[in-house]
Design a protein around this ligand. Structure first.
Ligand code: AMX
Length: 388
């Protein structure tokens, strides 16, 4: 069960703490527990890691897993929504290639919204989910200067196949690529209601901005180094470790701590065990790339870092978090530039944030939706000076 113990009284100590621990609302899609991590609609993530992304999108929107018939018909529904109704390519081609991929993703989503908005929360959320694989593929290709001969979209393909098809990387194992991306998407789709990007997206939507504007804002929130960009930092950290020898890794970890730098991929604000999303990615890596140098490094880190971090009693959770292995896996399948990693995170989160926006706008409070967000701020003495 989720920990439903909530703070009943807000005191002065809670001010200017980023709403830490202050209850704001209810979440119908997911919750996080200290030992089992995230649960989607009651299912621990460890039980869902092998599902196809389409079935987990269905779960987040319908609060139950689909039957085989429902799964087939939902895939057909997504396919019918997949075509991008206009020319997003021309817009992407004008963007500066030195800009961060997350900024491209946000602008891409905004552009999709300018091309078509239905004014129906669920329709727009599902349309956006269906159009994300093509948008992602276009972002990669156009940034890399591969803007010509882009394969035509094929809506009969599933979400991951359509991205891999648009991307059309040469010399990579496309089946491995599909497995890694599929697992990545499922593991990252949702993470409770109060994480910064989800909260921001819902707050924007509460003013009745469109799903697209709200999602673009959520992506901007996700792009920060303290939030989604941690997975980029994690692979950069692994590349810096540069060895899978346990003694050398231990010396590296100790030197980083001595220099007051974080050990990326370890620790968590809520979890008090290894994140099951990390466990799932370690299992996948052991199967598809046990000899990959970066995977060997993260495997050694997984053994060494918790032991060293445990020496500091201040550290609440010395175990691996979700970001430890995802970079090594993405690197292995051909995504060698870590600046792109947060876009995969963003792609996955469109499902969870989209489902939560629909719940807040069209389901909660008997379908009336939550009102526009308006938390209270207390005036400081300086701002009251004019009435003294
Ligand atoms: N390396 C070094 N120090 C760490 C640490 C780590 N991996 N994890 C925790 N600590 C330190 C904290 O910085 C804090 O130090 P302080 O008291 O001097 O400020 C102290 O231990 C207590 O922290 P905590 O209560 O255990 O965790 P937290 O909720 O404050 O922070 C997190 C959680 C994830 C930010 C932190 O563990 C961290 O910085 N980890 C490394 C970066 C990382 O992997 N980020 C990705 C997180 C995954 C995610 O949520 N996306």
């Amino acid at each position: 069960m989720a920990d439903n113990k909530v703070l009943l009284e807000v005191t002065e100590n809670h001010l200017n703490t980023g709403l830490r621990g202050v209850p704001v609302g209810t979440c119908r899609t997911s919750y996080v527990t200290p030992t089992e991590g995230v649960h989607y609609c009651g299912y621990p993530i460890s039980e869902l890691a092998q599902f196809d992304p389409e079935d987990i999108v269905y779960l987040l929107f319908n609060k139950e897993l689909p039957t085989p018939e429902q799964s087939t018909s939902f895939r057909q529904d997504l396919a019918a929504r997949a075509e991008i109704p206009g020319d997003v390519e021309s817009v992407l081609k004008t963007l500066p290639k030195f800009g961060h991929p997350m900024d491209w993703l946000s602008i891409g989503i905004h552009t999709l919204g300018m091309l078509e908005t239905t004014e129906d929360w669920k329709e727009d959320a599902l349309n956006l989910i269906a159009r994300m694989p093509r948008l992602m593929g276009l972002i990669f290709r156009i940034r890399e200067g591969r803007e010509n001969d882009i394969p035509a979209d094929d809506a009969s393909m599933n979400l991951v196949d359509r991205f891999v098809h648009a991307l059309d990387f040469e010399g990579v194992d496309k089946e491995k690529m599909k497995r890694v991306i599929s697992t990545y998407l499922v593991l990252h789709m949702d993470h409770g209601g109060g994480n910064l990007s989800t909260f921001s997206g819902k707050a924007i939507a509460s003013g009745k901005a469109t799903v697209y504007s709200s999602m673009a804002g959520a992506m901007n929130a996700l792009s920060g180094p303290l939030h989604g960009r941690a997975n980029q930092s994690c692979l950069e950290f692994v590349l810096k470790v540069g060895t899978s020898d346990p003694d050398e890794v231990e010396a590296f970890v100790r030197a980083e701590l001595e220099a007051k730098r974080p050990i990326f991929g370890f620790g968590h604000a809520v979890l008090r065990a290894e994140d099951p999303r990390a466990t799932a990615q370690f299992l996948l890596g052991a199967e598809i790339c046990p000899e990959d140098e970066n995977f060997k490094i993260v495997t050694t880190l997984r053994e060494v870092a918790p032991r060293v971090l445990s020496e500091n009693p201040k550290i609440s959770n010395p175990n691996a978090n979700v970001d430890i292995a995802s970079g090594a896996l993405l690197h292995h399948i051909g995504f060698t530039d870590p600046t792109y990693y947060t876009t995969f995170f963003g792609w996955a989160r469109v499902a969870g944030i989209g489902a939560q926006i629909v719940d807040e706008r069209a389901v909660l409070r008997d379908g009336k939706g939550t009102p526009i967000y308006r938390p209270k701020y207390i005036a400081e003495a300086q701002s009251l000076r004019h009435i003294e």
